[in-house]
Design a protein around this ligand. Structure first.
Ligand code: 6PG
Length: 249
């Protein structure tokens, strides 16, 4: 394991072993939170990278490692589509995990992104405020995050207004280059987390990863650089293909 500045980096051989490492860290963080508060509040990442991790969690040994009824799943971001749309982050998690593990419905905090975007964002923010019962930013036990080839994470895309959001917990953002609307948690919420794990896999991330981790700070251009939990652990779990241009430790 290389430890760089304020974060740890684990370089795994490939996506299966990266997913395994991610599942181990997930369970470790879950046990800590469940032992302390009988609850584990985690925000999920979308896209394709985390699917295998979610599938692993739905099977032994991980499935048998914790009592899941205390686990509350939230989404770090969602595409503005129906929940059964192929692009939906909820659908991906339902296929990979929820279809295999029965959880109380109230533990699944889906972003209703099929609604008008601004309404979906304010409704989700209200749901979070009700769940956490506090006016200050919520402190998730864990945030799972991915990295786009353009340096975005969640739906925090380069040069977008939401990057400067300091007050709201959840925001709707039109992403010009995708010609799509997204709902995303905001930077202050992610940075309040107790632990953040980035999962980054594949050759196509080999160019962006060193720019994020080793390049000059330029978070407007590379939004993943905004994610630095003030009082939390920041862990990068990457595979060799994505890590090939990183400086040797
Ligand atoms: C999303 C994700 C997004 C994702 C990156 C990487 O809704 O798309 O939250 O931030 O993590 O785009 O996606 P891949 O894992 O598919 O490369």
């Amino acid at each position: 394991m290389q430890s760089q500045k304020q974060h740890e980096i684990f370089v795994e051989s490939d996506l299966p072993s990266l997913s395994q490492k991610g599942a181990e860290i997930f369970i470790r963080e879950a046990k800590k939170a469940l032992n302390a508060n009988q609850k584990f509040n985690v925000t999920l990442s979308g896209g394709s990278t985390p699917r295998k991790l979610y599938e692993l969690l739905a099977k032994p040994p991980y499935l048998l490692s914790i009592s899941w009824e205390g686990v509350h799943f939230f989404w770090g971001d969602e595409r503005c589509v129906q929940p059964n749309h192929p692009e939906s982050n909820y659908r991906m998690f339902r296929e990979a995990f929820l279809s295999r593990v029965s959880l109380p419905r109230e533990n699944i905090h889906r972003i209703r992104a099929e609604m008008q975007p601004e309404k979906a964002a304010s409704e989700y923010e209200n749901e979070l405020k009700k769940f956490f019962g506090q006016p200050e930013f919520p402190r998730f036990n864990l945030a799972l995050m991915g990295l786009g080839t353009d340096g975005h994470t969640a739906s925090l895309f380069p040069e977008t207004k939401v990057l400067q959001e300091k007050r709201r917990w959840v925001a709707a953002q039109h992403v010009d280059k995708l010609k799509a609307n997204r709902i995303t948690l905001t930077v202050p919420v992610f940075n309040q987390a107790e632990a953040v794990i980035f999962l980054v896999s594949g050759e196509d991330k080999a160019e962006i990863l060193p720019q994020i981790l080793e390049g000059p700070a330029n978070p407007e251009r590379f939004p993943a650089q905004f994610i630095r939990p003030a009082n939390g652990r920041l862990v990068w779990v990457v595979d060799e293909a994505a890590a090939k241009n990183l400086r040797p430790s």
